[in-house]
Design a protein around this ligand. Structure first.
Ligand code: UGA
Length: 432
């Protein structure tokens, strides 16, 4: 099948490359000519393990192409995926849909035969209806079908998540489109993915409800972790004990810093904004947002306690500063709250991240990037394990440190207290 992905950000690029790898002819379109030229040279604008190899392989065998010509690419394709950004509106909480509607207007000028137009970007309920209105201003409704096909890829795991999804959700009331898309996804369905066809509005809401639910699950266990810290219980026992109940499930029950990234914070706000529009109060999600916003304060307070409230001139090392492991994404990372706050209080901060130096900290006083774990931890009073990269999982702290031993605050509960204490280090973790 001939596919066109509009927007070569995270969603468009990963999905486009994976569809090409499944044997489709895919054109990834972006208006940013520099990005397109980079991609043609095999350079990947985002950090995603395994993506570069797949781009090179499929570009070489000509199943994958890159272009800035939206109209031509749409004309030559059967299925068009809209994958542009839907960030939070400036000064508001709803999703900014201007890029989606601009693309829809451009597509409407290029419908030369039956096209399936799909929103893969996360879009609020009724966006598909709006796109349909835009397209039908210039085109007969029989010449296109607007479908919602949300993506559930996680950064850092995106290729695996694409190839082995739990489910494929197609929101369409059009039988012909439904049949074509089931066929497009058949290689994944035959490997075990569930296929669900719903109304378009339902598919749009499934995406937001899923992200809001996962954010709720994390926030729930984070609050239980606070209680565990006060009662001498390990939150890991609670996660295991709860997770064994099949109705609950063990995934996304790991306590840690505030959730971050480009999706949960944005999508929880946007679903509330949609609900407001329909005069519905999503009070649970509202309190999840509030609790998560307060989480960094709670973790900061633990840092102050660990340092006996003497932060000035204390040397603090962060291992990992992105919002989670296996990504270079800093968006809404809890380190963006913690590091500035500690720097303001006079701490001397060094950080090491496997994805390198971060521009976000350049202007802060006494915050330095180091290019190795060993360098970063030398002379530290406190080492904070902020993300769970494999690089941080089997450290021999005894061999790493030359001088005085530091205290460790493991925000991802990677290590066991006994193992670290046996090496002579003071050790703190989350929810214990
Ligand atoms: C999330 C969803 O998991 C994807 O299904 C969805 O497609 C994506 O948003 C999106 O809407 O595009 P992502 O933001 O890449 O994916 O990251 P997650 O792996 O979900 O992690 C989000 C945050 O939750 C991170 O800060 C992570 O550290 C935190 N988390 C996750 C926990 O604190 N505990 C957990 O048990 C799991």
């Amino acid at each position: 099948m001939k596919l066109c992905m509009i927007g070569t950000g995270y969603v468009g690029l990963v999905s486009g490359v994976c569809f090409a790898d499944l044997g489709n002819e895919v054109t990834c379109v972006d208006k940013d000519i520099n990005k397109i030229n980079l991609l043609k040279r095999g350079k990947i604008p985002i950090y995603e393990p395994g993506l570069s190899e797949l781009v090179t392989k499929n570009y070489k065998n000509k199943r994958l192409n890159f272009s800035t010509d939206l109209k031509k690419s749409v004309k030559e394709s059967d299925i068009i995926f809209i994958c542009v950004g839907t960030p939070t509106k400036k000064g508001g909480s709803s999703a900014d849909l201007s890029q989606i509607f601009n693309v829809a207007k451009e597509i409407s000028l290029s419908i030369n035969k039956f096209k399936i137009i799909i929103t893969k970007s996360t879009v609020p309920v009724t966006t598909g209806d709006e796109i349909e209105k835009i397209l039908s201003k210039r085109n007969n409704r029989k010449k296109f079908s607007v479908v919602s096909n949300p993506e559930f890829l996680r950064e850092g795991e995106a290729i695996r998540d694409f190839i082995y999804p739990d489910r494929v959700v197609i929101g369409s009331n059009n039988k012909k489109a439904g049949k074509i898309l089931k066929n497009l996804y058949s290689p994944l369905i035959s490997k075990g993915a569930s296929y669900l066809q719903t109304s378009r509005r339902a598919a749009e809401l499934i995406k937001y409800a899923s992200n809001a639910f996962l954010a709720t699950k994390i926030t729930f266990i984070n609050e239980i972790a606070n209680l565990c810290e006060k009662t001498g219980i390990s939150v890991e026992d609670i996660s295991i004990g709860m997770g064994l109940d099949k109705r609950i499930g063990s995934r996304f029950l790991r306590a840690g810093p505030a959730y971050g990234g480009s999706c949960f914070p944005k999508d929880t706000k946007a679903i509330i904004s949609t609900a407001d529009k329909f005069k519905t109060n999503l009070s649970v999600i509202k309190s999840v947002i509030k609790s998560n916003e307060n989480r960094s304060k709670i973790l900061l307070d633990r840092i102050y306690q660990i340092l006996n409230r003497k932060v000035k001139n204390k040397k603090i090392t962060f291992l990992g500063v992105t919002f989670k492991a296996n990504t270079d994404d800093m968006r809404d990372s809890s380190s963006l709250k913690m590091i500035p706050s500690l720097s303001k209080k006079g701490a001397i901060i060094t950080y090491y991240d496997p994805t390198g130096h971060k521009k976000e900290f350049v202007k802060l006083k006494n915050v330095t990037n180091k290019t190795s774990i060993r360098e970063a931890v030398q002379g530290a009073d406190l080492v904070i394990i902020h993300t769970e990269w494999n690089d941080f999982k089997s450290l021999n702290f005894k061999n790493l440190v030359k001088g005085k031993k530091f205290t460790i605050y493991d925000m991802r509960n990677i290590y066991s207290s006994k193992k670290i204490s046996d090496q002579g280090f003071k050790y703190y973790s989350v929810g214990k």
